[in-house]
Design a protein around this ligand. Structure first.
Ligand code: SF4
Length: 218
């Protein structure tokens, strides 16, 4: 008989701890400002991590709070975040978000999912990233790597969408382990279980992977 999802998840968590434990601890020790994280997550939409990091560094090397973003010339803001792509649209959104944050939330990032998702351009993934990384809320943000890895490993249904993936994964681990799942799958997805050309031959999880089994049988 095959392993249950919970049994598989136990093996995966053990693997994540041993392979990415150091990186996860580094993340946990960082004190990330939730507003900066919110804006950085908006910058990360439809672009690569390197571009997001560059745009965020450029912006937050000259601003420290939403008030300064509001006062900034549109052109200056657009130039600073240019590396993130679709920069005109993102600049507009960042200004709108900054205004709402100043007017409604005293210059700080809102801290509930509902409030975050009411901001322009903020969907469930961005809200969950801010809650998890910024406020330590035990949830599992689902990015492309989390989705691909969990579907291939057979932890969630192949047709599952964002909410179903998040809730299913959250039900398989304790609250303490949820952060591990996100950081672990993001790193595993970049390194081994890549969206295109996964390295199944050298993958330490290949004997519990549905995708690998179906490839060998097919
Ligand atoms: S065996 Fe392949 S598809 Fe399965 S988890 Fe490993 S890399 Fe991903």
């Amino acid at each position: 008989m095959g392993l249950s999802k919970k049994e598989k998840m136990k093996i995966i968590i053990k693997f994540i701890r041993s392979r990415y434990g150091k990186r996860i601890n580094e993340f946990l020790e960082r004190n990330i400002d939730p507003f900066e994280l919110l804006i950085t997550t908006v910058l990360s939409q439809r672009t690569k991590d390197e571009n997001t990091a560059m745009a965020s560094e450029r912006l937050f090397s000259v601003v420290t709070c939403p008030e300064e973003i509001i006062r900034m010339e549109d052109k200056t803001l657009e130039n600073l975040i240019k590396p993130s792509g679709t920069y005109r649209e993102k600049a507009k959104r960042i200004k709108q978000i900054s205004k709402i944050v100043v007017e409604k939330y005293n210059g700080k990032s809102p801290r509930t999912r509902k409030e975050l998702m009411s901001l322009p351009g903020v969907g469930p993934k961005t809200a969950d990233v801010v809650l998890s990384y910024g406020f330590g809320v035990p949830n599992i943000p689902v990015d492309v790597h989390v989705e691909v890895c969990s579907k291939r490993l057979g932890l969630v249904d192949q047709n599952a969408k964002y909410e179903e993936i998040r809730k299913t994964l959250e039900s398989l681990v304790s609250e303490k382990e949820r952060f591990l799942v996100n950081v672990g799958f993001v790193n595993f997805g970049k390194e081994i279980c890549r969206t295109h050309n996964p390295k199944c031959g050298i993958c330490p999880l290949n004997d519990i992977c549905d995708f690998h089994r179906s490839k060998r049988m097919g």
